[in-house]
Design a protein around this ligand. Structure first.
Ligand code: GLV
Length: 332
């Protein structure tokens, strides 16, 4: 009996792993906490039929060619696929799976957690206590921003952006959004980007990283924001020009920023952003809840298994592979 060869680039939660093992007990799994190096990835991918990766791996044409023309499926345990060269996979007839939907709520919760933490100076307050500075209740101590009556601007109104709008209703926020391809929901009002930036007290970014959205948040974007505004990014680090953000935060032309994502990740310890008190940074935790990660691993496993069986992936990023004949590498 011959089994397909599978490489999984990290130990994923049991819920997904069990599903893969139930179908294919023979697996190669990268056992370390750190991702495989590029050389190791190229080597371990050689000859595999199915690859299950995370957003930490760069899956490009070189990797696909190193794997070989038998590669049937690439399944990523992530909703974002900016680490994968989708065009190269499509040209090779390889379906790519991702994990949409199951992380929407957790990521929207994180956007709010960051917004609250910055607006109400939670992290500064915690540090103040630990540093032994808490001597009395003072009328002017660590004053932040109110939510009721404030305006929240959501850039990118897909699943996660609209889940943020849904939560905003409970806090009596006025909600604007900018996304020419989305319909209004949860009382959010569609506006052009300039209006959103000029009127919002809080701006939360929810766009995928593409060539069009790279450095969408640049000096020109930041200068249009209110001087008391807060920027929240839970999408991808590359959407923000970090050097422009540093300048804006340092000059206090905006009040603060909260970032769940940076470019690169991890953020180097000598990043100037780490010098700022008005910039909160957490290590890409948007989907980091037990249930969400279980479900992400399950969806990733479902995609992998379907691809290996020659079935359509339940969540496929490039469904056009099903309407085109599969090409061999030599035909590229
Ligand atoms: C997380 O950032 C994801 O894309 O799943």
């Amino acid at each position: 009996m011959t089994y397909p060869r599978i490489f999984i680039t990290r130990i994923i939660p049991d819920k997904g792993l069990a599903l893969v093992k139930e179908n294919y007990p023979h697996l190669d799994i990268w056992p370390d906490e750190m991702p495989p190096s590029r050389d190791e990835l190229l080597q371990r991918a050689r000859g595999v039929d199915g690859l299950l990766c995370l957003l930490t791996e760069r899956i490009d044409a070189e990797l696909m060619d190193a794997a070989g023309s038998q590669l049937k499926v690439i399944s990523s345990m992530s909703v974002g696929v900016d680490h994968i060269d989708v065009t190269a996979a499509t040209a090779r007839g390889i379906p790519i799976g991702n994990t949409p939907g199951v992380l929407t709520d957790a990521t929207a919760d994180m956007a709010f957690a960051l917004l609250f933490a910055v607006a109400r100076r939670v992290v500064e307050g915690e540090k103040y206590v630990r540093d032994g500075k808490w001597k009395t209740w003072h009328p002017q101590l660590l004053l932040g921003k109110d939510f009721v009556g404030a305006t929240l601007g959501i850039v990118g109104f897909g699943r996660i952006g609209s889940a943020v709008a849904k939560r905003a209703q409970g806090f009596d926020l006025r909600v604007l959004f900018h996304d020419p391809s989305a319909k209004a929901a949860y009382g959010a009002q569609p506006v052009d980007l300039d209006t959103l930036l000029q009127e919002s007290d809080f701006v939360s970014v929810h766009v995928p990283l593409t060539s069009e959205t790279r450095h969408l948040v640049n000096a020109g974007f930041l200068v249009k924001m209110k001087s008391n505004a807060i920027l929240v990014n839970t999408s991808r680090g590359g959407v923000v020009d970090q050097s422009a953000l540093y300048d804006a935060l340092r000059a206090q032309t905006i009040f603060a920023a909260a970032l769940d994502v940076t470019d690169p990740e991890p953020l180097p310890m000598d990043s100037t952003l780490l010098e700022l008190d008005n910039c909160l940074i957490v290590p890409h935790l948007g989907s980091a809840s037990h249930h969400t990660r279980d479900m992400m691993s399950y969806l990733a496993a479902e995609n992998l298994v379907a691809g290996l069986k020659g079935e359509r992936l339940p969540n496929c990023v490039n469904p056009e592979v099903y309407s085109r004949p599969r090409k061999g590498i030599g035909a590229l």
